[in-house]
Design a protein around this ligand. Structure first.
Ligand code: ARG
Length: 590
């Protein structure tokens, strides 16, 4: 379905042409003076020079061609040469009926579906998720859903950090605590136990402990590195123990991500590409791209037009160990072979911006990808506390993601119980649903690259630009619909009976709805969930305005009432679809 703005522009362009002017001048925009008009066209001003005429004369000529337009109720030329536009009720009503008839409310799926791999989440085995992992999961999940919605084939990969030094630290500490474990007996040739020798709680305690020890004790650090080496070089017992660490950790990670509504198609990790690294490095050497510099193997990625420093991409450190970049490059190689992607998308903190530039250039230069393969890094800003500094716990530590979620949940439950008077199972379930919406909307409503402040009072408020406000609006619609049914109304029967708007509030609501396909298209093209947040906020405001000025259920004219109910149904469907693209859902009631 065409975008409403395009239809309006077409009508205006035809008028410019009919009046003897260049059609291109007829582009229309949303009014920046909503008190005066709904849309506007500034083409007459732009054309003044070309036609050596006062803009108002052009505007008058064009307006004269629109006197019986089916699109514009009024097209008024005003000094110095604007065209102020108000749409006809019939045009708006027709457009909304058209939206209702389409499965995706006027959004057209792409005619060139792409194969996309999106790398997000990025948790590290044996380390608890912390607030730093929140944004990657939330934004990545939403981008995945949006791209899928417009018809791309998207594979989400969690890209576990499962192969580096933290593994050695955990194993070294396990060895110190239980040296008798069979995994450390290098002469052992039998089967290893199926049960892990630790719980997830123990694992989580072990990692920070070991990490602290290695900072204080050189020998400890050396021993941990030796463990990493043994793991990476394939010592049986270490590999078996590592498998346990992964298995235990992944169960826990899945649980947390599942609760958050974040799901991955692939649970690959850095370790998945370990066998690809030597071959890839050899190819890069043979291709003349990789060379030794200060003992390390590097690839230059500087370009002539660079204005800032661009260090080379390091493949092997001087001790022969591969680096973070090597893993990412080998992962690109693997994805190219397995998924044949048209685009690879990464979500990380913006502090990794330069890093991804290096990796992308290296991948392109060394031919790991095809010339037409798109590599996209979506960098995000930091979640800060109210002091404007990266969010910390009260005692200044890194906040665990689960604790953060718990805090939002507790606050939501407190608010819900306060209004309902009692805490029960339904209140707890509602609080959980709303808490995720509060947290996710609080995050996604900001442009990803910007830092934002985690403000629990604001995020959980049912007023203003918040997740709970959107959910309250949906709940309000659902409650009206339920009453309509209780009074004997039939939702199926009224479903598509949307008439032309008869009140201002109704028209405003329809015009807000009508922007849906344009919003989704922009969000998909720019990987920008915040555009969907801005859209649903505007839509929710329009709905609430309409609700406050209209006595819907008390309306005596059954046909009129049915039309309003149909409009509410469409608004509910659009809002629920949009929040699903953001990765959260609405409870039946609040
Ligand atoms: N595990 C990394 C971290 O916690 C993030 C991984 C990001 N993804 C990537 N392909 N490098 O910082």
């Amino acid at each position: 379905m065409k975008k409403i703005l395009d239809l309006i522009s077409e009508e205006m362009m035809n008028a410019f042409e009919a009046a003897g002017y260049d059609r291109e001048l007829g582009r229309v925009t949303v009014s920046n003076r909503p008190d005066l008009c709904e849309y506007q066209c500034n083409g007459a001003m732009a054309g003044a020079k070309q036609y050596k005429k006062a803009p108002i004369m052009i505007a008058n000529d064009v307006a004269a061609k629109l006197t019986d337009s089916a699109v514009f109720q009024t097209a008024q030329a005003v000094a110095p040469g604007f065209l102020n536009l108000v749409l006809t009720d019939a045009f708006v009503g027709d457009y909304i009926r058209g939206m209702r008839a389409e499965e995706k409310y006027g959004v057209e799926e792409t005619d060139r579906p792409q194969e996309i791999v999106i790398d997000y989440g990025g948790p590290n085995i044996a380390k608890p998720l912390h607030v730093g992992h929140l944004r990657s999961a939330i934004i990545g999940e939403s981008v995945k859903r949006i791209e899928r919605y417009i018809g791309h084939h998207v594979t989400g990969d969690v890209h576990l950090g499962d192969w580096g030094q933290p593994m050695g630290l955990v194993m070294n500490e396990l060895k110190a605590r239980s040296p008798e474990l069979v995994y450390f007996d290098e002469s052992y040739t039998g089967e290893y136990p199926a049960e892990p020798p630790f719980t997830v709680a123990e694992l989580e305690e072990i990692y920070p402990f070991a990490s602290k020890c290695s900072k204080e004790d050189e020998q400890y650090k050396a021993d941990a590195m030796a463990c990493t080496y043994k793991l990476q070089s394939g010592v049986r017992g270490y590999r078996a123990l590592w498998q346990h660490i992964i298995a235990v950790s992944v169960v826990d990670l899945r649980r947390i991500y599942d609760n958050m509504g974040v799901t991955f198609d692939l649970w690959n990790g850095e370790s998945s590409v370990r066998d690809l690294i030597p071959g890839m490095v050899e190819e890069m050497k043979a291709g003349g791209h990789a060379y030794i510099s200060d003992g390390a193997l590097v690839v230059d990625v500087k370009e002539e037009t660079d204005t800032k420093e661009m260090p080379p991409c390091m493949l092997l450190k001087s001790d022969g160990a591969s680096s973070y970049a090597t893993t990412d490059l080998a992962t690109i190689k693997m994805r190219m072979e397995q998924n044949h992607p048209d685009a690879l998308i990464y979500l990380t903190d913006k502090r990794q911006e330069l890093y991804f530039q290096q990796v992308f250039r290296c991948a392109r230069k060394t031919g790991l990808i095809k010339p037409e393969t798109k590599l996209v890094h979506i960098p995000f800003g930091t979640m800060n506390g109210k002091d404007g500094k990266p969010f910390k716990t009260r005692d200044g530590g890194v906040m665990r993601l689960e604790n953060l979620i718990r805090e939002v949940y507790d606050e939501m439950l407190r608010k819900i119980t306060e209004t309902r008077g009692a805490e029960n199972e339904e209140a707890r379930q509602t609080a959980e649903t709303v808490a995720y919406a509060a947290l996710k909307y609080g995050d996604l409503s900001n442009q990803a690259s910007k830092d934002y402040i985690f403000d629990i009072d604001r995020f959980t408020s049912s007023e203003g630009d918040t997740g709970p406000y959107i959910l309250y609006t949906i709940a309000r619609i659902k409650s009206i619909l339920a009453k309509y049914v209780q009074d004997g109304g039939d939702l199926q029967a009224v479903y598509s009976c949307i008439p032309a708007p008869s009140t201002e509030g109704e028209k405003q609501l329809m015009m807000a709805l009508a922007k849906y396909n344009a919003c989704i298209e922009a969000a998909a093209q720019e990987y920008a969930p915040h555009k969907i947040c801005a859209y649903i906020y505007e839509l929710a405001n329009a709905l609430n305005h309409f609700y406050h000025e209209t006595k819907i259920l008390a309306e005596e004219n059954a046909e009129k009432k049915a039309g309003w109910i149909a409009l509410l149904l469409l608004t509910r469907d659009v809002l629920e679809t949009a929040i699903d693209l953001l990765g959260f859902s609405a409870p039946e009631r609040m």
